[in-house]
Ligand binder design. Structure first.
Ligand SMILES: Cc1cc2nc3c(=O)[nH]c(=O)nc-3n(C[C@H](O)[C@H](O)[C@H](O)COP(=O)(O)OP(=O)(O)OC[C@H]3O[C@@H](n4cnc5c(N)ncnc54)[C@H](O)[C@@H]3O)c2cc1C
Length: 497
């Protein structure tokens, strides 16, 4: 039995020391903890070996080893002055602009290595925990002890370098109704005890849940209305907490077809429903209760660093499209055509705008009330990414055209009877062999077609929450007083002769 396995979930809950930066082996071991994962009607005993998860687990393990490599150790980790523990920079609490830039370099290493495909890489949620720490004073005001819980939770996650998932949304039952009409639509406290609370209900959509160590749940804005405040609750739990059930969607990484699905087989980060079947949460893991306006304010306050990580990922994802679209155009001899160059130029402009937007959020940084240096957070950046992504996917589909689908499988390539035909009729332009050509188009299919590509696109559009709601919020929060004042002055003054 390992140390992790002998501790109960709640003994682990209270741990605030740890071995520091995660390694691949330790990560895999941490997932073998008796968690209740359901896939296709069956309970999964070990996600590290099951074919639906193994590819992504192995890839994440490689990334954790990468952060301990000689080459990247100092880019991705730092030694904590207080404890001497080597900590991932995803958990670094930036107190200067230089430290914010160090976080940039760390996120960049994660996102570049993963082609921008892991929206919920551990780097993302670690940065939400940074935000939770930053919001500690406001949480303490909500209830004495909650602020300290946030500080302790940051220590617990940072010192153990935990991978987190998060679950904000409520089950998609009937959006025209609220929890006031149907309490099953929200996660509810059913018992308050001396040592903690018991919750019942469901949450969606927890990306990476079966491959995470913990879930951080902070309520969606929809419940931040006065009548439903009993549903407002922020808490964290280990994924093996008794009563927590993780229901996975259909897996997208297919290992059965040779060189097919090169991205899906490594970056299917799984999305899950979480069912809380009377789950106990110790008070040490509760951060906020029953205060809708504070929860709404908190949603904005805790996310700037995760948003920064997400913009860095978005640039890398768009860059992957640019690379694959360029190679696909070359592979079929269309890259000399003006219309194709214009389309490639359009993707390039998105890559550049994404890079510049991230740098702009950094340049506009500010010191938060919690004392950290935060990049400026604007819904405008998120909305731009959400909307432009489908256009980039569409361009790749237009350029690659039927080649997205019509490629030989690896077994076709290995068949000596077929091979002469493939070499002759399925090769590419300028002497490009059929093997390399088909590998390029397999990548394109993963990005622009198939289940994985569509899931990635849905993720890009929705992961920051409802785009319409974000636009409406942006409009209301934007300071229009100066321009409205000037226009009112203009229309009330006589026009020049
Ligand atoms: C791939 C993927 C990964 C995700 N990962 C995570 C994650 O890790 N953690 C997490 O918490 N969430 C995650 N999400 C959830 C994401 O935040 C939501 O999908 C998003 O907030 C939209 O909510 P919904 O899907 O429930 O849509 P719904 O709220 O059901 O909306 C459906 C449609 O109805 C419209 N609508 C809904 N309510 C109203 C209303 N009152 N008035 C007018 N129109 C309305 C919406 O605009 C939309 O067009 C993920 C989603 C996806 C697709």
């Amino acid at each position: 039995m390992t140390d992790t396995q002998t501790r109960t979930p709640f003994e682990q809950v209270l741990l605030a020391d740890g071995p520091g930066a995660m390694t691949g082996e330790r990560y895999k071991e941490s997932l073998r903890d008796g968690r209740e994962v359901w896939l296709n009607g069956e309970r999964i005993e070990d996600v590290t070996t099951h074919p639906a998860f193994k590819g992504t687990v192995d890839r994440l393990a490689e990334l954790y080893d990468m952060q301990n490599s000689d080459e990247l150790r100092d880019t991705m980790t730092y030694v904590d002055d207080e404890t001497g523990i080597r900590i991932s920079k995803s958990y670094l609490l930036p107190r200067t602009l230089d430290e914010l830039k160090e976080k940039y370099a760390n996120s960049h290493a994660w996102m570049r290595s993963t082609w921008g495909q892991l929206g919920r890489s551990p780097d993302y949620m670690a940065n939400v925990v940074v935000g939770l720490y930053d919001f500690r004073d406001e949480l303490e005001a909500n209830r004495p002890g909650f602020g300290q819980n946030a500080v302790d939770y940051w220590k617990h996650c940072a010192y153990n370098d935990l991978a987190l998932t998060h679950a904000l949304g409520d089950p998609q039952i009937d959006r025209s109704k609220s929890v006031l009409d149907d309490p099953d639509q929200g996660l509810k406290i059913i018992e308050e005890r001396e040592d903690g609370i018991v919750v019942r209900g469901a949450k969606q959509l927890a990306t990476l849940a079966p491959l995470s160590n913990e879930v951080l749940s902070y309520l969606s804005a929809s419940f931040a209305v006065r009548e439903a405040e009993e549903y407002v609750l922020w808490f964290a739990l280990p994924m093996n907490a008794p009563g927590l059930k993780i229901l996975c969607r259909e897996p997208l990484g297919d290992h059965q077809h040779g060189h097919a699905h090169p991205l899906a087989r490594q970056y299917d980060e799984q999305d899950s429903m979480l069912f809380f079947d009377d789950v106990f949460i110790p008070w040490q893991r509760v951060f906020l209760m029953h205060d809708g306006p504070l929860a709404l304010n908190g949603l904005r306050r805790i996310t700037p660093w995760a948003g920064y990580s997400s913009h860095i990922r978005f640039e890398q994802r768009m860059k992957t499209y640019l690379g694959v679209a360029s190679l696909a155009a070359d592979a079929i001899g269309v890259s000399g055509f003006r219309n194709i160059q214009e389309q490639l130029g359009e993707i390039t402009s998105v890559v550049e705008i994404a890079r510049l937007l991230t740098l702009a959020t950094e340049a506009q940084h500010k010191v938060t009330p919690g004392g950290l240096v935060a990049p400026v957070s604007s819904a405008a950046v998120g909305v731009y990414s959400a909307n432009i992504s489908s256009r980039v996917q569409e361009i790749l589909r237009k350029i690659a055209a039927s080649g997205l689908l019509m490629q030989p499988t690896q077994k076709d390539l290995e068949n000596p009877e077929l091979r002469p035909f493939l070499d002759k009729y399925m090769k590419g332009a300028d002497g490009l062999g059929v093997e390399e050509k088909s590998r390029i188009f397999r990548l394109a299919w993963d990005l622009a077609g198939d289940g994985f590509g569509q899931r990635q696109e849905l993720y890009e559009y929705l992961h920051r929450g409802d785009v319409a709601r974000n636009l409406i919020g942006l409009y209301h929060r934007y300071d229009k007083s100066e321009i409205i004042g000037r226009i009112q002055e203009l229309v009330s003054s006589p026009l020049p002769e």
